[in-house]
Design a protein around this ligand. Structure first.
Ligand SMILES: Nc1ncnc2c1ncn2[C@@H]1O[C@H](COP(=O)(O)OP(=O)(O)O)[C@@H](O)[C@H]1O
Ligand SMILES: N[C@@H](CCOP(=O)(O)O)C(=O)O
Length: 298
């Protein structure tokens, strides 16, 4: 079987709602495919009991349809669903890479972005590409939309990161429901300045600039209210030396950027302790901005 490792991703990064995303070094989903007359899906791994195997309900089924590539598909979940770590998107990105190869469709990674985003439309109601783009391309991605579809700009980066995932879950569909439809101009101006700072920081691989740019006054305050313990976890990570902290995706994962690789241990401990003090179990990934989906042979 063809095998693809598709990484978790963190979208938004505070100031870049539905626009910014990064690939994470870990965790990841493994997707295996072989040709079959019709698509069947089996799911194992973390949270697999909450993931439908019906191709009409699984993100990889939507991708197989979009590529007209029926297959026996096995998904080994390393990324818990409803985590804010692009779980549904990683499977979709992995399937897009694997089925494109299996059926020799010849699409570039950029061209696979809207195809993988069909899976996101299935689970969250919108084909937002800010998770599938970094899972396919790696590094830091900027997604913009025009009348022709999504355009993606990508830069490589390797910033040290900690992602802390509480045992609670938040559905992306629900978390999109709390995003305000309008915002004061002053908040929009602040958000644009932070987003620009963050983008330059990614291009320079500069954790100080990225951390400065990770705040927004429009989406994150509403989303963070859905995560018990968030404010304490954020403050603990900043006190332990993180340059910036925000909600990962729609939550409940919390993302912290660190100055150096060897700062990650103390930032992770501080975040775990703060969730624990709020009575919530959590686990931490000490990772970095990573590569896009990797294809392996038989
Ligand atoms: N291959 C898949 N991997 C993970 N979740 C999937 C998959 N296919 C469908 N889903 C559904 O998508 C939802 C999780 O997606 P989402 O809320 O976007 O979480 P995440 O933030 O982890 O991507 C769950 O309802 C899950 O059952
Ligand atoms: N831009 C989306 C990203 C959702 O990411 P997920 O990892 O929570 O699926 C949003 O913020 O709604």
């Amino acid at each position: 079987m063809l095998t693809v490792r598709a990484p978790a991703t963190s979208a938004n990064l505070g100031s870049g709602f539905d626009v910014f995303g990064i690939a994470l070094g870990a965790p990841a989903d493994i997707v295996r495919v072989e040709r079959a007359p019709e698509t069947t899906i089996t799911v194992t791994g973390t949270g697999s009991e909450f993931i439908p195997e019906d191709p009409a309900k699984n993100t990889v089924g939507a991708v197989a349809d979009a590529l007209d590539a029926p297959a026996r598909i096995e998904i080994d979940k390393g990324i818990r669903p409803s985590s804010g770590l692009g779980s549904s998107a990683a499977s979709a990105a992995g399937a897009a890479v694997a089925l494109n190869e299996l059926y020799d469709r010849g699409y570039s990674r950029d061209e696979l972005v809207p195809i993988a985003a069909e899976g996101e439309a299935l689970v969250s109601g919108e084909a937002h590409a800010d998770n599938v783009a970094p899972s396919l391309l790696g590094g830091f991605t900027i997604v913009s939309n025009d009348e022709h579809g999504s355009n993606v700009t990508q830069v490589d980066a390797s910033l040290p990161l900690v992602v802390c995932l509480p045992e609670t879950t938040v559905s992306t569909r629900d978390a999109r429901g709390v995003v305000p439809e309008r915002a004061p101009l002053a908040d929009i101006v602040d958000t644009v300045s932070h987003a620009a700072t963050l983008a330059v920081g990614m291009a320079r691989n500069d954790p100080e600039l990225v951390g400065q740019g990770m705040t927004d006054e429009i989406v994150t305050p509403e989303r963070s209210a859905l995560i018990d313990g968030y404010e304490a976890v954020r403050e603990a990570a900043l006190d332990a030396g993180a340059t910036g902290v925000t909600v990962s995706g729609a939550g409940p994962g919390v993302l912290a950027v660190c100055r150096h690789l060897d700062h990650r241990g103390r930032v992770a401990s501080a975040m775990l302790d703060a969730f624990d003090a709020a009575g919530i179990e959590s686990r931490a990934y000490q990772t970095r901005v990573g590569e896009g989906a990797q294809l392996y042979g038989e």
